[in-house]
Design a protein around this ligand. Structure first.
Ligand code: LLP
Length: 422
């Protein structure tokens, strides 16, 4: 079953018409299909079934508690990249042994939190960070389980430079030629245990060869590290990055992915870790928005909606394509700029897009917004962030209420709490 389909002219999520949800909770609203997340999880789990593996959901894609709880109920584990995401993971009930903690710039405070929680792996991205983890673990009277994120230094095809993360000279990971030396240091330090070597090549990878090349580099490294007598390795971590179609492209070739990953993991004799973000949740989500006004400007037809770059940054930040459809079928098509209410000309959802010819009051559905939608939303122009709704079969429920004006000023005061510098 498709998570979103038109029934009697109206778009539905599973068994629930989207206009019902919009009437009940207002717009803008993110709506997620639990069946879609379940199906994606199960497809990936089945593809990797021939080898021992752990699916750690990269919750940067969407860390709303309701979705985290769903992923956890499926047997999923979690990948966090900040103290805040670690907090969210704990709130959603993930036990420490199901959490891996990555990220290029973890503060000492965040590392202490990860050490105190005793997470399954702290993935370090530099020698300095490794030494800091060792020192903080000593202070805590602990031995931290660490992984090293290696920069595989391969050039990949992604739709935007901002989501390439495995290229030489980038900020991510330990440079490949230093990785072996850093692994040796990890092995020698008394308060860390080197349990994983890993990589993340980039997001939205269109060519599986990137995995093949990256894994080959990791294999060489792991062989070398083992020849040095390191016996503590438990995991090889190949990151996330699986492709998701936004515009009718073919979906990720999971059989092809498995045919690269499975034999390599079997050769290595380690447990595989994967960190999918977008793959699990992107297609589960839509953003519902109401057309406020239709106008003509410089020969163009413009639909001004009640959502924009504050709720969904991807079109303006990456020039990303998101399919848009009217929730109610109409006759006639037109070409429109679909824009938001924010005072920036970069605030658009689509430019010069062919669409059903709609007018003020119409309900629009912006597709494939389950990943990097709400998690990148902001309060720019002091706009409260949208609510989020989870659908399951014929029922739906709010998992995040719409922000209120009070939420916007909760942390602020009219007068400073003055202090003197002396
Ligand atoms: N692991 C690491 C270390 C990562 O940096 C990322 C994503 C993932 C896993 C998950 O990658 P995925 O499976 O979602 O491709 N905001 C951008 C995407 C940024 C991805 C950053 N890292 C977007 O909206 O397209």
């Amino acid at each position: 079953m498709l998570p979103f389909a038109r029934v009697g002219g109206t778009l539905q999520c599973e068994g629930v018409p989207l206009d019902r949800i919009a009437e009940a909770v207002g717009t803008p609203a993110y709506v997620y299909s639990s069946a879609s997340i379940r199906a994606q999880y199960e497809r990936l789990d089945a593809a990797l079934a021939p080898v021992p593996h752990r699916i750690h959901y990269a919750c940067k894609a969407n860390s709303s508690l309701g979705l985290l709880a769903l992923v956890r109920s499926l047997g999923g584990r979690i990948d966090v990249v900040s103290g805040g995401e670690l907090f969210r993971a704990r709130q959603a009930g993930f036990p420490a042994e199901d959490i891996i903690f990555g990220g290029v710039g973890k503060s000492a405070q965040e590392l202490r939190e990860a050490i105190d929680a005793a997470v399954h792996v702290i993935s370090v991205e530099s020698e300095q960070e490794l030494r800091l983890v060792d020192e903080l673990a000593r202070e805590a009277g602990a031995v931290a389980r660490v992984g090293i994120r290696v920069n595989p230094e391969i050039t990949v095809e992604t739709f935007h430079d901002y989501i390439k993360t495995g290229e030489k000279g980038g900020k991510f990971g330990v440079p490949f030629d230093e990785a072996h030396a850093v692994a040796r240091i990890a092995d020698a330090l008394p308060h860390v245990r080197l349990v994983a070597l890993g990589m993340h090549i980039g997001s939205q990878l269109t060519d599986l060869a990137a995995y093949r090349d990256g894994i080959a580099r990791l294999e060489g490294l792991i062989d070398g590290v083992r020849r040095d007598g390191v016996t503590t390795l438990e995991h090889v971590d190949i990151g996330g990055g699986l492709f998701v179609p936004y515009d009718g492209e073919s979906p990720a070739d999971l059989a092809g992915y498995a045919s690269i990953v499975v034999p390599a993991v079997q050769r290595l004799g380690l447990e595989l870790i994967v960190e999918p973000g977008r793959f699990l949740v992107a297609e589960s989500g839509v953003l519902l928005a109401r057309v406020l006004y239709r106008k003509r400007s410089g020969g163009r037809d413009v639909l001004v909606t009640d959502t924009g770059m504050n709720d969904l940054l991807r079109p303006s930040h990456y020039d990303a394509y998101h399919r848009i459809e009217a929730v109610h079928a109409t006759t006639g098509r037109g070409r429109f700029d679909v824009v938001g209410p924010i005072c920036e000309s970069g605030d658009f959802l689509a430019l010069d897009r062919e669409l059903a010819s709609v007018d003020a009051g119409a309900l629009l559905c912006v597709f494939t917004t389950g990943a990097y939608g709400i998690s990148m939303a902001s309060n720019y122009n002091a706009r409260p962030r949208p609510c989020e709704v989870l659908v399951d079969g014929s029922r739906y429920g709010v998992i995040t209420v719409r922000e209120a004006y009070d939420d916007l000023v909760r942390r602020e005061s009219l007068t400073p709490d003055w202090r003197t510098s002396s």
